[in-house]
Unconditional design. Structure first.
Length: 157
């Protein structure tokens, strides 16, 4: 093989390698875009995005009062499960913050719990958010209140 042929083959191999790397990169980027729903917003869940929750949820409209370092914040529970809830409020709390809350359940029964902010849509532009708020994970709730939530879920099956 002469020098020109070796050079020509080397250029083809390098060019082919770049094409292969680009194709792999492109498909990885497309796969990552399909995982946008890992930080769910209300808009995604209402449009049928993949739901990765452990517990079934039911839509409700309960008022909620949250005790924070900056005082009491009022909001509304839009959906609930045994494991957590979506709280609609004007100024969601930071992810990871733990706080006590009191929900007004059926027959105005106060339902107390301790919750942790799992996600928030505070940084999503207003035009892309149906309900400003945050998803919370219940850390502590009385057995009576867990049974109340289970009963509500059962009634709405």
């Amino acid at each position: 093989m002469d020098t020109n042929t070796k050079l020509y083959l080397t250029v083809i191999v390098i060019f082919g390698g770049f094409i292969l790397i680009w194709v792999v990169y492109y498909f990885l980027r497309m796969r990552d875009r399909s995982d946008i729903g890992t930080h769910p917003s209300v808009e995604l869940s209402q449009k049928g995005g993949a739901d990765k929750r452990q517990h079934p949820r039911v839509d409700i409209n309960w008022s909620v009062s949250m005790e924070t370092r900056d005082g009491t914040i009022d909001g509304e529970i839009k959906n609930i499960s045994v494991g957590g809830a979506f709280i609609c409020c004007k100024k969601p709390l930071p992810v990871g913050q733990v706080f006590p809350l009191t929900m007004m359940g059926p027959n105005n029964e106060p339902v107390a719990a301790t919750a942790e902010v799992a996600w928030s849509n505070i940084n999503v532009p207003d035009e892309k958010v149906i309900n400003r708020g945050m998803g919370v994970r219940f850390i502590k709730m009385s057995e009576r209140h867990i049974q109340l939530v289970r009963q509500i879920l059962k009634e709405n099956e």
